[in-house]
Design a protein around this ligand. Structure first.
Ligand code: KMT
Ligand code: NI
Length: 172
């Protein structure tokens, strides 16, 4: 895992876009983000048990796995959105970038590699992309049914209850 300010420069979303300014784990935890390095799936099982996660699936995001729709999927994952649930992702293979908005509405880029697990709180604005290797294999954990509808940022999400609660939790 490596976290840094996104450079906001034009260019392919899959490039690192590393501004050279690192972001500390403390900064991430202030945003409500947790990160763990779990070499064994047993560690993930324990976390899932502890947090009452009953379901999971696996996705492979690559041109080989997705064929013609890969480029479209990658573009879609990169639309800024939030969820009304916590989002837990565990990287099984490959790597990818999650960009999250910080308290000043700036993009923080988080590079996740194999064995990285990240927990993002409900209501945080974020987006995802593969890197230039075009290969992310990830486990997605769900409390109940796979319900992880992305709500794209707009007037509606600003008023969203989970967004409001997220903002409130950050200042208290
Ligand atoms: C999301 O919500 O943006 C995702 O789950 C991205 C795909 S999982 C690596
Ligand atoms: Ni998401």
């Amino acid at each position: 895992m490596k976290a840094y300010w996104f450079d906001n420069l034009p260019g392919d979303q899959r490039e690192p876009h590393d501004s050279g300014r690192e972001v500390s784990p403390e900064h991430l935890s202030k945003l409500g983000i947790l990160h763990f390095n779990y070499p064994n799936v047993a560690d993930v099982d324990a976390l899932a048990m502890e947090r009452d996660y009953k379901n999971r699936d696996e996705v492979t995001i690559s041109p080989e796995a997705m064929g013609d729709i890969y480029e479209e999927k990658v573009k879609n994952f990169f639309h800024e959105h939030l969820h009304e649930d916590e989002e837990i992702r565990y990287i099984l293979d490959g790597a990818g970038f999650f960009d999250v908005r910080n308290e000043g509405d700036e993009w923080i880029r988080i590079r996740l590699e194999k064995n990285d697990l990240m927990i993002m709180p409900a209501g945080i604005y974020h987006r995802f992309t593969t890197d230039s290797m075009n290969y992310t294999k990830a486990m997605r954990l769900f409390k109940e049914d796979p319900k992880w509808t992305p709500l794209n940022r707009g007037e509606e999400t600003e008023k969203n209850q989970f967004r409001q609660e997220y903002l409130k939790a950050r200042t208290s």
